[in-house]
Design a protein around this ligand. Structure first.
Ligand code: NAD
Length: 491
């Protein structure tokens, strides 16, 4: 049977993440039969809700799914609310009692998943109390799922990790990076290791440069306070972008398993060339959006200081010092209030060593300049691949022209494919942490990012420096131009 058996305890059960992502994802797993009779959920937070009220909240969080009322009701009946201040030891005694009761009632075999959907400053306290109050079982599995951010630099990440590992082993810790739950991010390994043509060319002999773009159209919205303390580099590069980069650059794992993939990702991240402080300004560009018409400048947004120097944009050049990648720049960029909302990866190949079409007789014919081959992985909102190559122009005479091969996932298949959180919750139920971030990966990513952040903190930027609706400051284009390259996606 595909049924999974577990008690979920969701810390922060009244919060935004729980309502927007976790409850709908659990419901989808329920609809698909991964969760059936043998599961229960304890939602905890400070508010004094009743179980009945909690069931209404659950039903409301599923409203957009248009499920039938009976199924929703049956699903919601597995949910229990417990008002709980995570800093109060006494509350864990009640939590333990309820956990044991539900374990017996639903036949949960001691399987527990603790989901910390709360601010990270509470993670240590929660982990400590789960241990001291004996809430972990020894007859089933105990797993903890935690959200980003994992620290705000290497030191704080290590402190957080030490606090968690005082209670949980590394193999019980599931650090969410929801990009790793995306269909097309998981596709990186499929296309690389499933196609001889790609993996044979996947190195510095054939690849000119690689571009990773995570572009957002909106401004800072509700997460202002958190974001202003973080910025684009910490919020997006340290985790999502470096994770994507590690999947693009890792060597072939011995087997496609969590352990082997982690070994290769860690090797890739260890090979990142760390910048010296004096190299940061040349290799990393930061930006902050200005006002434009009705669109407010970042500094004028709600809850943001008018003097804020937080980066809402970052573009950088990342080098990897190993045999495969030496000399290949990886250009990364992300930001808010950019031209459009999308995520894409462009692999730009080197041009043919000799352009035989460009001999003297044809010199006047500019169409014979060969464009580089580009493999684009469209991660979202479109899910698919594009390949640009050169072919003969149709008709008399001989000239070449770039053409494009396009593949998009069928929109129906995409609509039915699980959302990142659903996929990741399913993986956690299965004990498969392949698509979660392991500690060593977090550690090397922070070490790379810390140098850049520190340099930025010590030097005042000239903000604001880009117009909403563009792809960031011009310095981002200049970063590539200096190497004779350009962004494949332009606004
Ligand atoms: P939120 O503020 O909406 O929810 C926080 C929850 O914690 C609430 O249920 C609140 O009652 C509870 N809480 C706060 N203090 C408490 C205490 N002392 N004792 C018990 N409960 C307490 O936050 P959120 O947006 O749901 O985010 C939760 C976590 O997920 C954070 O770590 C955040 O960084 C991360 N995250 C959220 C999103 C998102 O889309 N919301 C995305 C990525 C990461």
């Amino acid at each position: 049977s595909k049924e999974k058996i577990a008690l979920f305890t969701i810390f922060g059960g009244t919060g935004d993440l729980a309502q927007r992502k976790l409850y709908p994802s659990l419901f989808k797993l329920y609809q698909k039969g991964y969760l059936q009779d043998h599961f229960a959920v304890i939602g905890t937070a400070r508010r004094p809700w009743s179980d009945d009220h909690y069931h209404e909240i659950i039903a409301n969080s599923l409203a957009s799914l248009n499920a039938d009322a009976k199924t929703v009701q049956a699903f919601a009946s597995h949910f229990y609310y417990q008002s709980h201040d995570v800093t109060d030891a006494q509350h864990y005694v009640t939590l333990k009692r309820l956990s044991e009761k539900l374990d017996a009632q639903y036949g949960l075999q001691g399987n527990r998943i603790f989901y910390l959907a709360m601010a990270p400053n509470f993670f240590g306290t929660i982990a400590q109390h789960l241990k001291s109050e004996n809430i972990l079982t020894d007859n089933g599995f105990n797993r903890v799922i935690i959200e980003k951010p994992f620290g705000h630099d290497f030191e704080s990440a290590k402190e957080l990790n030490d606090a968690l590992t005082a209670t949980f082993n590394e193999n019980q810790i599931y650090r969410i990076d929801h990009y790793l739950g995306k269909e097309m991010i998981q596709n990186i390994s499929a296309i690389r290791f499933g196609n001889n043509i790609w993996e044979s060319l996947w190195n510095n002999r054939y690849i000119s440069n690689v571009q990773i773009t995570l572009s957002e159209k909106l401004g800072v919205e509700e997460r202002a306070v958190y974001y202003d303390n973080s910025g684009a580099l910490r919020d997006m590069v340290q985790n999502h972008i470096l994770q994507i980069l590690s999947l693009l650059t890792m060597d072939q794992p011995v087997e496609f398993t969590e352990k082997d993939i982690d070994i290769e990702k860690v090797k890739a991240l260890r090979s990142l060339r760390p910048y010296k402080p004096e190299e940061v300004a040349d290799n990393f560009v930061r930006g902050q959006y200005a006002a434009d018409g009705d669109v407010k400048a970042y500094r004028d947004e709600d809850k943001i200081s008018p003097e804020s120097n937080t980066d809402t944009f970052v573009a950088g050049k990342v080098m990897i010092d190993n045999f495969r990648w030496s000399g290949v720049p990886f250009y990364v960029r992300t930001g808010k209030r950019l031209a459009d909302k999308f995520t894409r990866i462009d692999i730009v190949f080197k041009r043919p060593v000799v352009n035989i079409f460009n001999h003297d007789d044809n010199a006047s014919d500019s169409t014979n300049e060969l464009a580089p081959n580009v493999l684009t992985i469209n991660v979202e909102p479109t899910e698919g691949f594009e390949l640009r190559m050169n072919a003969k122009c149709v008709g008399q005479g001989f000239a070449t022209t770039p053409i494009q091969l396009d593949y998009d996932h069928d929109s129906e298949a995409t609509a039915n494919s699980p959302e990142a959180y659903e996929r990741l919750l399913h993986d956690a139920l299965n004990g498969d942490a392949t698509n979660f971030t392991h500690w060593q990966e977090v550690a090397y990513s922070w070490k790379f990012v810390d140098v850049i952040q520190k340099y930025w903190d010590e030097h005042t930027p000239d903000f604001p420096n880009y117009r909403p609706g563009t792809m960031g400051p011009t310095a981002s284009d200049e970063l590539l131009k200096r190497d004779g390259n350009e962004w494949v996606y332009k606004d």
